[in-house]
Every structure is written in structure tokens, then in C-alpha cells.
Design a protein around this ligand. Structure first.
Ligand code: AMP
Length: 285
């Protein structure tokens, strides 16, 4: 496995004419990241994992400072997962003095995570655009865990004619349903016990939909109430939206995704579930 620190070293390491899979990460790797790496390994000649805790996508400096970092452990995990090249630039390499460009996907970035975390998606889009330009991958892999991010990146690559296939990978969960996240290690013992309420509420809403309730307003109310019963959860949003434009829907009949965000202590967690109407197949786009 090669470690590249800048775009020139990357170009040297990637043999021409090979299919390349890129998995962008911020490190603190867990089984969710490994699932993306395994998929990339299965589908490409060369696998590149970027490892960069991108300062511009953190609207909260405390969250950036406390973000878990362990480069040596991450390099071992990446090697075991079959990564060929780790791209681990310094912030100064990504954003040298005079850096002055921002990539913004407007409407999709203004709601939900974008509303709660001003500037977050501009930071994500700008860094992902730089990574896509530096690596020039055939495919780039993103987790459904960050559902809105996935839709924002899809929009950006389509709008800007970026020649890459965006691959969506399913959410990997702990045994009790909690979506794996690098931030989970920062949960207190009590908050860790409370946090699975998010995935339970999402599963519960699908159960209710399965009984024939397709009215999104009713389902949304169930979703919010189930989370609010947990005293340690401070609900930010619980919505049921169109899978592509993320606008709230009236019914789940034409496909919908339920998205939630809540804080447990100082740790903000998100989760989601693609909802299917009882009689139809699960909608994936
Ligand atoms: P991060 O390091 O948190 O920026 O995540 C890097 C990539 O891993 C993103 O595309 C995430 O959506 C994805 N990811 C994070 N957690 C999970 C998970 N539990 N299951 C699947 N993918 C995940």
C-alpha cells in the first residue's frame, strides 16, 4: 500500500488505463467504511482511499477538534481491506494560501443538515470536487448513512459533467441498530444506550407503513414522537421526503425516505431509512 501526500504523488502511483475506485473518508475507520472499501475492491483495478479531516465542512470548531484521529490504525485497516493507495494530504496541501473557490449545490444544501450546519455542504462539495479531480476515479463510493450528502454529490457530479459513477452503499449498523459512525465513540455510556432510538423509530415507521398508513404527516408524527420519548435525545429534525429532491411528501406511495437528526449530549447523530409502501418493492434510486 502506498501513501500519497499530494496530487503529484497520486498521479505517479496510479497506473494509466486501470479502473479506479475512490472511497473518500475522514478516517477513524469502522465497519461502515470497510464495506465501502470492500465494494470498491471488488469493482475496480485500483482502490484509492482518501483520508482527510476536512476543516471546511465543520461548522463547529469543537466538533473538528474532537473528531477522532488515528492515522496508523486507519492505515492498517485500509491495508487489510485491500486499499492500494491512501491519499492523506495536509490541510495546507488541500487549501494553500490564496485558495478561493467554493462549489455549492444550492437547493439541496439549504435544508436539513445544511440548515443545521451552515456551510457544511459547500465544504463537502469543494473537497469532494478536489478529490475527484486529483484521483480521476472511475467510481466513487459513498454511504447511504449520509443520505443528503449522497444526493448533493449526485447533483454536483451531474451538474458539472464530472465523469464518475457515484455508487451508493447500504448503512452498516451495530447489533442494536445504531448506525456506525466515527462520532459514536464520543457518546457517554448512557447516551450510547439511548442512541439506538433513532434506528428503532425509523423501523417503527416502516412497521406502521406496512399496516397501510401511507400518509406522510401521520408517519412523521410517529417518527418524532418515538424519538422524543427518549429523554436523552434532543431531536433536531424528523422528516419524510422525496428520495431525490428531499422535499417533504404527502404520501409515501411514490417512494420516500425518512431522515432524522438528534443530539445525545454534545454528539449529533443522523440516520435514515428508505420507506417502501406495504405492497410495493423498496424504492432505490
Ligand atoms: P466519513 O469518514 O464519516 O466522512 O465517512 C466516509 C464515508 O463512509 C461516507 O460516504 C459515509 O457515508 C460512509 N459511512 C459512514 N458511516 C457509514 C455506515 N455506518 N454505513 C455505511 N457507510 C458509512
Amino acid at each position: 500500500m502506498i501513501t500519497a501526500l499530494n496530487a503529484a504523488e497520486l498521479r505517479e502511483a496510479i497506473a494509466p488505463g486501470k479502473s479506479v475506485g475512490l472511497v473518500p473518508t475522514m478516517g477513524a475507520l469502522h465497519a461502515g467504511h470497510v464495506s465501502l472499501l470492500s465494494r470498491a475492491r471488488a469493482e475496480n483495478d485500483v482502490v484509492v482511499m482518501s483520508l482527510f479531516v476536512n476543516p471546511t465542512q465543520f461548522n463547529d470548531p469543537d466538533d473538528f477538534d474532537k473528531y477522532p484521529r488515528d492515522l496508523d490504525r486507519d492505515r492498517r485497516t485500509a491495508e487489510e481491506a485491500g486499499v492500494d493507495i491512501v491519499f492523506a494530504p495536509e490541510a495546507q496541501t488541500m487549501y494553500p494560501t490564496g485558495f478561493d473557490t467554493v462549489v455549492t449545490v444550492r437547493a439541496l444544501s439549504s435544508v436539513l443538515e445544511g440548515a443545521s450546519r451552515p456551510g457544511h455542504f459547500a465544504g463537502v462539495c469543494t473537497v469532494v470536487a478536489k478529490l475527484l479531480n486529483a484521483v480521476a476515479p472511475t467510481r466513487a463510493y459513498f454511504g447511504q448513512k449520509d443520505y443528503q450528502q449522497l444526493q448533493v454529490i449526485n447533483r454536483m457530479t451531474r451538474d458539472l459533467n464530472m465523469p464518475v459513477e457515484i455508487v451508493s452503499c447500504p448503512i452498516v449498523r451495530e447489533a442494536d441498530g445504531l448506525a456506525m459512525s466515527s462520532r459514536n465513540v464520543r457518546l457517554s455510556e448512557d447516551d450510547r444506550k439511548a442512541a439506538p432510538v433513532l434506528s428503532k423509530a425509523l423501523a417503527y415507521v416502516q412497521d406502521i407503513a406496512d399496516t397501510g398508513v401511507h400518509d406522510a404527516y401521520q408517519l412523521r408524527a410517529w417518527l418524532a414522537q418515538t424519538i422524543e420519548v427518549e429523554a436523552l435525545a434532543k431531536l433536531d429534525y424528523a422528516v419524510i421526503v422525496d428520495p431525490c429532491d428531499l422535499k417533504e411528501v404527502d404520501t409515501i406511495d411514490h417512494g420516500a425516505v425518512a431522515l432524522v437528526a438528534a443530539a445525545f449530549g454534545s454528539v449529533r447523530l443522523i440516520d435514515n431509512r428508505i420507506l417502501r409502501p406495504a405492497s410495493g418493492p423498496e424504492v432505490r434510486r
